[in-house]
Each structure stands twice: as C-alpha cells, then as structure tokens.
Design a protein. Structure first.
Length: 148
C-alpha cells in the first residue's frame, strides 16, 4: 500500500511503494485538493551517506537527468529556496578533492560541506555529478512581500 503520494506542480503524480517512488503519470487537474489531502512539506531528515558519500533525502521525488524544470517546480511547490555547494570549490589539498579530481577515485565521503549562512538549512542531496560532487541545501523560502 502506498504510504505517500506526491503531486508536482506539472501534475506528475508519484506514489511511494515499499520505499521506492513509482510514477503514475500526469493527471489533468491533479492538485492536493483533487487527491483529497495536502501535500506534506519536506522536512529535515537524518543524513546517512553511503560508502562513497552519496545521499538523497528519502522524501524527495525521483528526478531524472533533464528534469531541471520539474525540480524547480517541485522546489516552488514546496516553498523552498536552494543553495548548492560543489567539491570543486574546495581547496585543492582537501582529501576528497584529491580523491576525485587527482586520483580518479569515486569516494568523496571525506567531504563534509557546511550549510549556507542563516537559519533553517537542511541537506536535500549530496551526490556525484558530471562536474564532480555537489551538495544541495534547502530551507523554507521567506514569504513574498505583498504587492503594493
């Protein structure tokens, strides 16, 4: 039985079944009200990285390569702002930098990126990318000021 249902801003519906997101497809008019429930805002979760340093928030929907617009829509629907850190921005003598960029090792677990300045940041994902390891931090975006 599904324990969570996710509706992205573009009406992509996914269901979490036995710990894995199963995409159901697009539903015209699919909204939290249409499903009869509110979309639960993602919250901070314990970060348990694998042996090479990767981790993804368990409540983040699965996004494929090329899903940048869907990811941005999901962030907006969740009311999140994003900050990204990259291992490539660390000093060249950092052990994880050496392992990835000099030794061609896939283990970046020695990299422990700091959250951005300010309150409320939590890790959304840390993983290897085409450009090297990156960490995504998110927090609730401040409410927009009302228009004059």
């Amino acid at each position: 039985m599904a324990s969570k249902i996710n509706v992205l801003a573009d009406a992509q519906v996914s269901v979490l079944v036995d710990g894995e997101w199963q995409r159901l497809g697009h539903c015209v008019g699919a909204t939290p009200r249409w499903l009869g429930r509110d979309v639960v805002p993602i919250q901070a979760a314990p970060v348990l990285r694998d042996a090479t340093g990767n981790w993804w928030h368990p409540d983040m929907p699965p996004f494929d390569e090329g899903d940048g617009e869907k990811f941005k829509a999901w962030l907006k629907a969740q009311g999140l702002e994003l900050s990204r850190a990259e291992l490539g921005d660390e000093p060249e003598d950092h052990p994880a930098y050496k392992a990835i960029f000099e030794e061609a090792n896939c283990d970046f677990s020695a990299w422990e990126p700091e959250p951005p300045a300010g309150a409320g940041w939590f890790m959304l994902a840390i993983s290897d990318t085409e450009d090297g390891p990156a960490c995504c931090w998110v927090r609730r975006a401040p409410p927009a000021a009302p228009a004059p």
